[in-house]
Design a protein. Structure first.
Length: 198
């Protein structure tokens, strides 16, 4: 390459760098927009009907559920203070029961579709820190199946009143999750020993 070609080569490299920067910027902006699009929730949840036992049918990976391999359930009861007690249970690979006790705080009363859950020790749960979003995204009229998620679209659960949901119902809820912007490439389908024995 002689000296007369240097400006042309420099211009080409500059165009490639600028073009690459624009593409990266557009990609980042698209991702940021996708993660900040409003997350619609159900219009209203009657807490007394929502309470009780729910079985996990499917979920996206969640760090505090890393040991959960089967029989994942959540039991919700009303506290004296009006908050919701949370009792999450599952079994690990070696058959050991894993349990996490927490408390859920309604964020948008009286609609009750946006909650935050704390698993801090009971004495300090009132502190508004270390709480995870628990938003009710889709719920059938009979309170038998629910899609729960959060606005960053990182975590998501499909829960059912029975250990096994009908395939068409599960697919309906998963398709709805995808329509909200969830990536289900890493979806975990929960195994239940009760469902197998029935």
């Amino acid at each position: 390459m002689n000296d007369s070609n240097l400006p042309k080569a420099s211009w080409r490299i500059t165009k490639i760098v600028i073009g690459g920067a624009i593409l990266v910027g557009l990609g980042a902006a698209t991702l940021a927009y996708a993660q900040t699009k409003p997350m619609p929730v159900v219009e209203k949840v009657e807490l007394d009907r929502y309470l009780g036992v729910w079985y996990e049918i499917a979920r996206k990976p969640m760090y505090f559920q890393n040991k959960c391999v089967r029989d994942v359930s959540a039991t919700y009861t009303l506290n004296e203070n009006g908050n919701v007690s949370v009792d999450n249970r599952c079994y690990s690979q070696d058959g050991v029961l894993q349990q996490a006790l927490g408390e859920a705080f309604v964020q948008n009363a009286p609609f009750n579709s946006k909650l935050q859950v704390s698993f801090l020790p009971e004495a300090v749960r009132w502190l508004p820190v270390a709480r995870g979003d628990y938003w009710i995204l889709k719920l059938d009229d009979d309170y038998q199946t629910v899609l729960v998620g959060e606005p960053r679209r990182k975590y998501m659960w499909v829960l059912s009143r029975t250990p096994e949901a009908k395939p068409e119902v599960l697919n309906e809820y998963l398709e709805y999750a995808k329509s909200l912007g969830y990536d289900l490439g890493d979806l975990i389908r929960t195994q239940h020993s009760k469902a197998k024995s029935e």
